[in-house]
Write a protein of this length. Sequence first.
Length: 102
Amino acid sequence: MTTTEAIKVTPFDASEYLDDEETIASYISSAMEADDQDVLLLALADVAKARGMAKVAADAGLGRESLYKTLKPGASPKFETVAKIMHALGIKLTAAPEKKTN
């Protein structure tokens, strides 16, 4: 490749790879481990996109635009709303003991 040739880059869309329950569960678990609310919201948005935003919104009892706003980075949704979205996505929140280092 010469310096005058342009490099073509396509945007990465995680929702294209979220096609089974195990992958989705692993993706959400990893997002939760990041300990950053925006990372979790983006991951939930990716899963919702993979499942169909309109369907997820209806299953969660939200309007489609409300779902987009709720999952937007910087949003501060109530836990109740996040729980409804997770339920609509078929995702269960679980707890595990934190690994302690000696």
